[in-house]
Ligand binder design. Structure first.
Ligand code: NAI
Length: 332
């Protein structure tokens, strides 16, 4: 029996999480869910969008499955998602992007993984106004932060039998911060001679990913580039409804889709739960349930290939729960 923290989130979160929970249970893996709430509604009741009890529950269970949580833009509380990653030191954000037959997309043969640093960079949100008419944000890159994320990318590549790691940066302009990231990446790469290594400037990377994504395998980069590039990559394989994610630290992990809470679609049973289900598969692998993970992926792939029970974003008319029903029917 695995005890796993379940955070439904808000917007479309509760719907995609419920669909995923049902499929995970249908695999036969024994899971006790420790359901915890965070976000805007909790803020109204408890004065904080991320109560300490939620953090404590994740720390205790060591594994969580999470739906997206809305962040107010330009004002209000800081992102719960960013706070969670920082508080639990979930330094590695793993975002696989894979083509599935049947899913309308520009390419049919993409299989790459974005490894995004999750705790530093401009994303740390260290910013302030300078008087009324200027603002400053501080980009923080450390040797330790860079070393552990690049090492994570190489260890992941070794474990998963992948052939190449590409470090993405803008070291030609940001010579100190991205320069440090790149020099650490080169140093770590030298310790993994069996894996090909290259580096690429982030703007050129965007162009090459759009033109020929199959050239790439594992991409490792600082936080902000990872945020942007991973959405670009999801667009190569059918959009945000297809992009899973994992936030991983030392012996602790939170699994969540790349997409946000899509407030306009909330409560309509419309959202594509595939990204959350694929995040659930990453979770099954993480807790050692590899056989169930494989069966669940095969069932999802079969439903996508059929194309009869897919959601609006993939050109279908199925509901979120209808997609889950179809996947459960296909589970062997
Ligand atoms: P979003 O990812 O929620 O939506 C972007 C577009 O993709 C929308 O058109 C939406 O309808 C569509 N979309 C997203 N997920 C979908 C799905 N599963 N099925 C079908 N269509 C889907 O991004 P947006 O609008 O920028 O952010 C909305 C809120 O979510 C914001 O408050 C943001 O801060 C938050 N957010 C939370 C994240 C998290 O909890 N990890 C990650 C990203 C954003």
């Amino acid at each position: 029996m695995h005890t796993i923290t379940l955070i439904p989130g808000d917007g479309i979160g509760p719907e995609v999480i419920e669909a995923t929970r049902r499929v995970l249970e249908a695999t036969g893996v024994s899971i006790a869910w420790d359901v915890r709430h965070a976000g805007e509604a909790v803020m109204a009741q408890e004065g904080t969008p991320l109560p300490q009890a939620v953090l404590d529950a994740i720390k205790k269970n060591r594994v969580a499955l999470k739906g997206p949580i809305t962040t107010p833009v330009g004002h209000g509380f800081r992102s719960v998602n960013v706070a969670l990653r920082k508080e639990l030191d979930l330094y590695a954000n793993l975002r696989p992007c894979k083509s599935y037959p049947g899913v309308p997309a520009r390419y049919t043969d993409v299989d790459l993984v974005v490894v995004r640093e999750n705790t530093e960079d401009l994303y740390a949100g260290v910013e302030h106004m300078v008087g009324e008419d200027a603002a400053e944000s501080i980009k923080i890159i450390t040797r330790r932060g860079s070393e552990r994320i690049v090492r994570f990318a190489f260890e992941f590549a070794l474990r998963e039998g992948r052939r190449k790691v590409t470090a993405v940066h803008k070291a030609n302009i940001m010579k100190c911060t991205d320069g440090l990231f790149l020099s650490v990446a080169r140093h770590v790469a030298a310790q993994y001679p069996s894996i090909e290594f290259e580096d690429m400037i982030v703007d050129a990377m965007c162009m090459k990913l759009v033109q020929s994504p199959h050239q790439y395998d594992v991409l490792v980069m600082p936080n902000l580039y990872g945020d942007i590039i991973s959405d670009l990559c999801s667009g190569l394989v059918g959009g945000l409804g297809m992009a899973p994610g994992a936030n991983i630290g030392e012996g602790i992990a939170v699994f969540e889709p790349v997409h946000g809470s899509a407030p306009r679609r909330a409560g309509q049973n419309m959202a594509n739960p595939t990204a959350t289900m694929l995040s659930g598969i990453l979770m099954l692998k993480y807790i050692g349930e590899t056989e169930a993970a494989l069966r669940m992926e095969q069932a999802i792939a079969a439903v996508l290939r059929d194309g009869k029970a897919v959601t609006y974003d993939l050109g279908g008319t199925a509901t979120t729960s209808g997609f889950a029903d179809a996947v459960i029917e296909r589970l062997t």
